[in-house]
Ligand binder design. Structure first.
Ligand code: SF4
Length: 351
């Protein structure tokens, strides 16, 4: 048996005993007995897992498949219901693409996900990583799955010292070399699990790792520091203002953000652009606005945001933007996290 085959056998037998339980996953014993994963579940989980932890995703995944059990149900869902259910998970373009993708799968593929990478890649929101993960996990076909966990494991196994992201192509080739022809889905998930539980970013547990005899990084004593990374640029801080207007009957002014851009399509507070230049934003309606002492700070992928909050009570008249939502219909949990933070501060001043 070649070293490569040996390593696949070792990690698969480790996986058989140690696989993490996940609501979208077929446990290895059932997988070996021929139970097939639901491609809709695998697609949904992989979209949710982009930039998000397993712990954060589990609850949302269960909520989504309960509300929309099939891809046809998702395709027929109302946009605002899906955006509301996604609130808090972040990276909202994923929710918009989820809907678009479900509608293409329903209309062009008869409600079945295509079983080849080329067609998968043509679907909204599916990039090379997600296409490979669906091919491998949902259809048990050989595909090279390379997420952050697997990049770290490959860097260490092969002692790759070139920093990420420049080393990505090499890591892909190395991962490709190790990927077996059989049990492709279980293999991909076994390396993901190894990276998440044993080969962790700090203090990897090499003594109990099934690959420790083959790990060049461990042998050379440099595993802990790998992968090397090109230093990130420090994030700038931007500023903006959010307006919280409340009527006498406690209804609240909200505005749906435009489809394009950050938090596109989500509900939020009317407010200025987020930049550092003095804003010429016109208040959403004439009122006695008070500026709160506490601002809200939130970090996005590329910048920090400092939001000043202005609040007005007993407002009257028709707003220039947005619309009033009754107290009964206002669900703070449907707001994206930064907007929810604004509400937490503003609601302290509710009379
Ligand atoms: S031996 Fe250690 S560094 Fe190497 S793959 Fe296993 S856990 Fe990671």
């Amino acid at each position: 048996m070649t070293k490569k085959n040996n390593m696949a056998v070792e990690i698969l037998s480790w996986y058989d005993a140690n696989a993490r339980e996940m609501p979208w996953r077929i446990p290895p014993l059932n997988s070996k007995m021929g139970t097939i994963p639901n491609p809709y579940y695998i697609w949904m989980s992989e979209v949710m897992l982009q930039q998000t932890t397993v712990a954060a995703v589990k609850e949302y995944f269960v909520k989504f498949i309960t509300l929309w059990p099939t891809v046809d149900d998702m395709a027929n869902a109302k946009d605002e219901d899906v955006m509301g259910a996604w609130a808090g998970l972040g990276y909202y373009a994923r929710a918009r693409n989820l809907l678009k993708c479900a509608r293409v799968v329903k209309d062009q593929y008869g409600g079945k996900f295509p079983c080849n990478e080329k067609d998968l890649l043509s679907l909204p929101g599916i990039g090379p990583y997600t296409a490979a993960a669906i091919m491998s996990i949902a259809f048990n076909k050989k595909a090279i799955v390379l997420d952050g966990n697997i990049e770290r494991v490959m860097s260490r196994i092969y002692a790759v010292q070139e920093p990420l992201p420049a080393s990505k192509k090499d890591l892909w080739l190395l991962a490709s070399d190790l990927t077996p022809e059989n049990r492709c889905g279980d293999y991909a998930q076994s390396v993901m699990d190894l990276g998440a539980t044993i080969c962790t970013p700090r203090n990897p547990k090499c003594s109990i790792c099934p690959w420790n005899y083959n790990c060049e990084g461990l042998i050379r004593g440099i595993a802990d520091g790998l992968p090397n990374k090109t230093p990130k640029r420090t994030k700038p801080t931007r500023a903006g203002t959010a307006y919280v207007a409340i009527r006498n009957d406690k209804s609240i002014l909200l505005e749906r953000r435009s489809e394009k851009g950050l938090l596109g399509g989500m509900l939020g507070w009317p407010g200025s652009d987020w930049d550092n230049v003095p804003s010429n934003y016109t208040e959403p309606l004439k009122a006695d606005w008070h500026t709160l002492n506490e601002s809200v700070r939130h970090t996005f992928t590329h910048f920090h945001l400092e939001l000043t909050i202005k609040i007005a009570f007993n407002v009257k008249g028709t707003p220039r933007v947005g619309k009033f939502i009754t107290k009964e219909n206002f669900k703070p949990n449907d707001l994206p996290t930064v907007m929810r933070k604004v509400w937490i501060e503003a609601s302290k001043f509710l009379k």
